[in-house]
Ligand binder design. Structure first.
Ligand code: ADP
Ligand code: MG
Length: 353
């Protein structure tokens, strides 16, 4: 039951779900949907280490390579590597989301999705940073749980369901049943690793030096995990390592599939591994409901088909897979009494002031 005070606040309250992704940070606000969607980049003053820009503007600075500024991707490998910077990012996000409302409403309630496997100290720090940024309440949820809620999986039901969230830095697999996580796997192989595979491939096979942003574009345009109905080619620009001059080379989707196959195989094996440990009755559930893919990596062409063929279970991509975590985190506050047990962290995931 809601207390009368909670009910009253609920009428006016700003409920925010935040996805602190390794590649992208998203904020969803109840009733409005996704209001912020920016790359997880922070630009710092090189001397003072004070944050100067956050998000898309910081990424823009990154491509210009200025001397007095350093760029940090604080969550790059799925762990929170730099706390002050993460705190600065949270501060920016909560304030920006709050400022976007034009009615004077109380400070927001916030649920932050964090990579699974962060330490208690890190959780405490994220909670503190969220409160410091002006939140009235702060809660934490593990990203695969938020992704599953955002994808609409029946996480509170007895029957089993599985999510595979493929982000920039990490791939997380989680199996749900009886209202909780039955098992999970987390690996540091995801979209970024595929970009690095492509950089290496272009260097070794074509003597062409390209940057990660170019590699990412190649992956998104012609990258795949399964033979395409029509294979494609793309002109890739970079610096020729033999002549030192700018060069453009035509690359085929078949080559790029081969280049990223190592990373794709690791992701497929992680799903297989999770299924090996899945109890038989839950396997039966999964054969009915399928396995759900979320995160930007879910958009890799043919990935669902490839996994499906290898595990012999239907695999489907969530609607709008890149926003599942933020939407799922936001949903928790809408159905707080039922979903609160899926929250994690110190003080059972909540800091009430
Ligand atoms: P995170 O949760 O770690 O912030 P996201 O879920 O935002 O990550 O996904 C980002 C990753 O998804 C990046 O590696 C990006 O290159 C990849 N990605 C986005 N769109 C596509 C696409 N169409 N094809 C392949 N990969 C994609
Ligand atoms: Mg993510």
């Amino acid at each position: 039951m809601l207390s009368p005070l909670d009910w009253f606040f609920g009428l006016f309250s700003l409920d925010i779900g935040i996805d602190l992704g390794t590649a992208n940070t998203l904020v969803s606000v109840r009733g409005k949907g996704i209001v912020i969607n920016e790359p997880s980049f922070v630009a710092l003053n090189r001397k003072t280490r004070e944050p100067r820009e956050v998000g898309a503007r910081a990424k823009e600075i990154w491509s210009r390579n200025p001397k007095d500024i350093i760029i940090v991707r604080p969550l790059r490998d799925g762990v929170i590597s730099d706390f002050e910077v993460t705190a600065a990012m949270l501060d920016y996000l909560v304030r920006k989301a709050h400022e976007q409302t034009w009615v004077p409403i109380p400070r927001p309630r916030v649920v932050v999705g964090i990579p699974s496997g962060v330490t208690e100290v890190e959780k405490r720090a994220v909670l503190d940073a969220t409160i410091a940024s002006g939140a009235r309440e702060a809660h934490l949820i593990e990203e695969p749980v938020a992704a599953a809620i955002g994808a609409g999986l029946p996480v509170l039901e007895t029957r089993g369901s599985m999510i595979v969230d493929i982000g920039g830095g990490t791939t997380e697999v989680a199996l749900f049943s009886l209202g909780g996580i039955v098992l999970s796997r987390s690996i540091r192989v995801a979209g970024d690793e595929m970009d690095e595979d492509i950089v290496q491939y272009m260097r070794n096979k074509h003597n062409l030096l390209i940057g990660e942003p170019t590699a990412e574009r190649v992956k998104m345009t012609i990258g795949s995990a399964y033979p395409l109905p029509e294979e494609r080619t793309m002109a890739v620009k970079g610096r020729n390592l033999v002549t030192g001059l700018p060069d453009s080379i035509d690359v085929s989707s078949v080559e790029i599939r081969e280049a990223i196959s190592g990373s794709v195989d690791i992701i497929v094996d992680t799903v297989k591994d999770a299924l090996d440990d899945t109890p038989p009755e839950l396997i039966a559930d999964l054969m009915e409901s399928g396995i759900c893919l979320a995160g930007g990596g879910a958009l890799l062409k043919g990935l669902a088909q490839r996994i499906s063929e290898e595990v012999n279970i239907r695999v489907w991509v969530a609607d709008d897979p890149m926003t599942c975590v933020a939407r799922g985190a936001g949903r928790v506050l809408e159905d707080y009494n039922n979903l609160r047990r899926l929250l994690v962290g110190p003080e059972r995931g909540s800091t009430r002031h």
